[in-house]
Design a protein. Sequence first.
Length: 75
Amino acid sequence: MIKLDFSAGISIYLGLFLGCVFFAWLLSRKEKDKGAYLDERLVWFCTVCAYTYFTSRHDVISVCPRCNSYNKKIS
């Protein structure tokens, strides 16, 4: 039988557990990045404070989250 100190056993157990969690995170991250793209219509540039921000709607006018000014989409 292998003699193992209690703290070494806990360290090995935590290392294996964290390794499995990290591996699962890597696998889930790959699947999310497959369909990721940035639509140009969702990127806005504020003409007042020069802040670049994203919206989830395809509107013609948007409100800047930083300075609350209205911006019109130039197409």
